[in-house]
Design a protein around this ligand. Structure first.
Ligand code: G16
Length: 543
């Protein structure tokens, strides 16, 4: 076989964001665009000669094209073996597990997560390192620097690539091993949780809906929930991954998973409802008549995790991203374990997990996970919830009420202003940043600012510093507003406004969230001039 050297020139803007490089398909489809980025990865990531690379994606439009290219390029760049999911499918947590289980030096995950798919929609490439987690900033910065000087990419002259038949074949000096995308992951889940207890609860009548949103978790949900746990056929809805996700936005929140929400609020709702996103790392949890915010889900899972075999020995610590509510911190304090506050982005949990400082992590953006892999994991969260409900024989609503009665309640919402003009969004952030030093002591309605700052994180493991990770306005009494610009959008800027109000256990813990956050919403508008800068009078999405 022959290695072909393709001359190339850099493309602008190949800087990875919160979670890899995300752009419109039409951007990725430009000749050499994906190849430049993948070659930049291969040029900078450290690995011994002859290592294994894992490749998989969420099945979205353009996946197969890029996967075939990545396999030919891996062969030309000295990898000894590629492990690729059948059909090019691997959920993000499954890819993380496969990297770890088979000792790969890294993996390429082709996904734009919860963003829509199709010829006019989104695509993405993310590189994960040998621990199975997203590459840290030092690596993504080096990849970006390489994309700016790249002048060639290498490819094995191998023709068409078969992704559909399980087995091993050779191209050039490299083995391509097409693997069952589900089996390893399903075995891992079975090793973590009390499957017999869940099966017994199913036999006793426990019922659920799992909405895979026509994205990658369909086959995983069907195998685990219906085949291994015995939920009736049809428990998994929208279970076939489609290249365009059925035209839907596979973001498991109350806006995009509204059919699930309505089913769970109906009189004949099953006990438990859940959904996952495009690549399977996010989760939505709804009990009969009770939505659980991602921040509360993290706290409630942490408080009950000892009921699952994998966590029976207790948790080492809990980490949450800064905009995630402080509910989990109260659980950590009660358990006498440390809690950590990191910037947005799962990659910031990697060092804490590797160092054995935390066991469970979570983010307000519907991500929860543990040290079993180095990604957030949608089905893991669903199964931990099921494990807890099965062992305790309690409803989601009763568990939530019990939790708030013990720890108090962090009312929480995120307001997203999408596809805002980038210059206007940057001006809003710049103006608010300039105002921060003068805010302490000022009052906004009934709220008085205690501290206002721009969040900087110093990693306690390697000492690396990440600045400008969101603007925090902390009010006396534990309420706060956080402003930041999303790092995952592909159109203009997305302004995220995170609102949190704490009510102690003897306070109003059974109120409606919008009413409880009204003062904070008004303060956010006054503080940041959202409508003045963006022209928007209401958010596009409230989660
Ligand atoms: C990614 C990251 C998450 C982050 C989320 C939102 O999730 O992995 O850590 O919380 O984006 O980020 P942003 O607020 O910058 O848009 P995913 O599921 O898109 O990979």
């Amino acid at each position: 076989m022959t290695i072909i050297t393709h001359a190339t020139t850099p493309f602008d803007g190949q800087k990875p964001g919160t979670s890899g490089l995300r752009k419109k398909v039409r951007v990725f489809a430009q000749p050499g665009y994906a190849e430049n980025f993948i070659q930049a990865v291969f040029d900078v990531v450290e690995r011994a000669p002859g290592t294994t690379l894992v490749i998989g994606g969420d099945g979205r439009f353009h996946n197969r094209v890029v996967i075939a290219s990545a396999i030919r390029m891996a062969a030309a760049n000295g990898y000894a073996r590629v492990l690729v999911g059948q059909g090019g499918i691997l959920s993000t947590p499954a890819a993380s597990h496969v990297i770890r289980k088979y000792g790969a030096s890294g993996g390429l995950i082709l996904s734009a997560s919860h963003n829509p798919a199709g010829p006019d929609e989104d695509f993405g490439i993310k590189y994960n390192i040998a621990n199975g987690g997203p590459a840290p900033e030092g690596v993504t910065d080096a990849i970006f620097a390489r994309t700016r000087t790249i002048d060639r990419w290498l490819e094995e002259d191998a023709g068409a690539i078969d992704l559909d038949h399980i087995g091993t074949y050779r191209i050039g000096a490299m083995d391509v091993q097409v693997i069952d995308p589900v089996a390893d992951y399903a075995d891992l889940m079975e090793s973590l949780f009390d499957f017999p207890a869940i099966r017994a609860a199913v036999d006793g009548g426990l019922r659920m809906i799992f909405d895979a949103m026509s994205a990658v978790t369909g086959p995983y949900g069907t195998e685990i929930l219906e085949r291994r746990l015995g939920f009736p056929a049809g428990t998994v809805r929208n279970g076939t991954p489609l290249e365009d996700f059925g035209g839907h936005h596979p973001d498991p929140n109350l806006v995009h998973a509204h059919e699930l929400y309505e089913a769970m609020m109906a009189a004949d709702a099953p006990d438990f409802g859940a959904a996952s996103d495009g690549d399977g790392d996010r989760n939505l949890i709804i009990g009969r008549g009770r939505f659980i915010t991602p921040s509360d889900s993290l706290a409630m899972l942490a408080a009950n995790a000892h009921l699952a075999p994998a966590y029976a020995g207790g948790l080492k610590g809990i980490a949450r991203s800064m905009p995630t509510s402080a509910a989990a911190d109260r659980v950590a304090a009660a358990l006498g374990i440390p809690s950590f506050e990191t910037p947005t982005g799962w990659k910031f949990f990697g060092n804490l997990l590797d160092a054995g400082m935390v066991t469970i992590c979570g983010e307000e953006s519907a991500g929860t996970g543990s040290d079993h892999v180095r990604e957030k994991d949608g089905l893991w969260a669903v199964l931990l919830w099921l494990n807890i409900l099965a062992v305790r024989g309690i409803s989601v609503d009763a568990l939530a009420r019990e939790h708030w009665a013990r720890f108090g309640r962090n009312y929480y919402a995120r307001h997203d202003y999408e596809a805002v003009d980038s210059a206007a969004a940057n001006a809003l952030i710049a103006e608010l940043t300039a105002a921060l030093p003068g805010l302490a002591g000022r009052s906004f309605g009934p709220l008085t600012v205690a501290v206002a700052d721009s969040f900087t994180y110093e990693d306690p493991v390697d000492g690396s510093v990440s600045a400008n990770q969101g603007l925090r306005i902390l009010f006396e009494g534990g309420s706060r507003v956080v402003f930041r610009l999303s790092g995952t959008g592909t159109e203009g800027a997305t302004l995220r406004v995170y609102l949190e109000r704490y009510e102690p256990a003897d306070g109003a813990i059974d109120a409606e969230t919008p009413a409880m956050l009204a003062d904070l919403i008004a303060a956010a508008e006054t503080l940041a001039g959202i409508s003045r800068h963006t022209g928007r009078t209401r958010p596009d999405v409230v989660t």
